[in-house]
Design a protein around this ligand. Structure first.
Ligand SMILES: *Cc1c(COP(=O)(O)O)cnc(C)c1O
Length: 255
């Protein structure tokens, strides 16, 4: 199903998609609230990022109507185009978009113009490019605050999934902290498919504990997706990134 062809507003019943999104969003919000409560954490302490990659701007607009203001996107330049379209139709308060997918160094300029945070920073060269790009975006008035940075942690060391192994986190974090146009906020991880999510998340919690001892202001922990948000919240996640459970299945080609 190509982007733009799914459930867009030109079908016979344009409101069916909004109804579906509203129902699924409510279920996920309830799951999240239950998980936060079970973990004995403060209500509202975990942000829900709705991952709209591969879905059209019209779906983002439907979600804004439903009150969602925090979104995750993963591909540039498609994301930048979609966000420009969404922002042209103003909303109060305005929506924010995080980059959660791997960023090609040459695409840093585009991402720095629209992202609240880049959650997938995993190399020094990318830090340098994002710093330059964010400084330019600030000068040009394309953004009014430094670009937030989360370092992506690799839990299993698989280079294909991206991310930094634990031993490399501090050096890259120091590099981010040196940049005026960047703001080091914390860590992000994707639990590997193999193995027990609970084990991976407790490993991540340990890594984060050591990381915040060195970088006490960088306390964001972005972990948990459609399938494992409860486990992530139990282990201290402050941001869950949920796509499928709200949007439905992505087209196969997109995975
Ligand atoms: C696509 C994606 C998600 C959403 O995953 P779902 O299983 O669809 O909820 C979360 N995080 C990242 C980094 C992603 O690329």
């Amino acid at each position: 199903m190509p982007e733009g062809d799914d459930h867009a507003g030109d079908g016979p019943s344009p409101d069916a998609r909004s109804t579906e999104l509203a129902e699924r969003l409510k279920l996920v919000q309830e799951r999240l609230a239950t998980a936060v409560d079970s973990a004995g954490r403060t209500p509202g302490s975990v942000e829900l990022l709705v991952v709209t990659k591969f879905f059209p701007a019209s779906d983002v607009e439907r979600l804004i109507e439903l009150g969602v203001r925090t979104f995750g996107e993963s591909r540039e330049p498609e994301a930048g185009r979609k966000i420009a379209e969404v922002r042209a139709a103003s909303a109060t308060p305005p929506p924010t978009f995080d980059m959660i997918g791997s960023v090609q160094t040459k695409k840093a300029g585009g991402v720095a113009r629209w992202a609240r945070q880049v959650q997938s920073v995993d190399r020094t060269r990318l830090v340098d490019r994002l710093a330059d790009a964010a400084a330019t975006a600030l000068d040009d008035g394309d953004r009014d605050a430094p670009l937030g940075v989360l370092l992506q942690v690799s839990l299993d060391g698989d280079p294909h999934r991206g991310g930094l192994v634990e031993g490399d986190l501090s050096a890259v974090a120091e590099r981010v902290a040196e940049q005026e146009a960047l703001d080091l906020r914390g860590l992000m991880a994707i639990a590997p498919l193999a193995g027990d999510a609970d084990r991976w998340m407790s490993e991540l919690a340990r890594i984060q504990h050591d990381f915040t001892a060195r970088f006490p202001d960088a306390r964001v922990l972005s972990a948990g997706m459609s399938g494992d948000l409860e486990v992530a919240v139990a282990h201290g996640s402050t941001c869950v990134r949920v796509g499928t459970a709200i949007m439905g299945e992505r087209p196969l080609l997109s995975q």
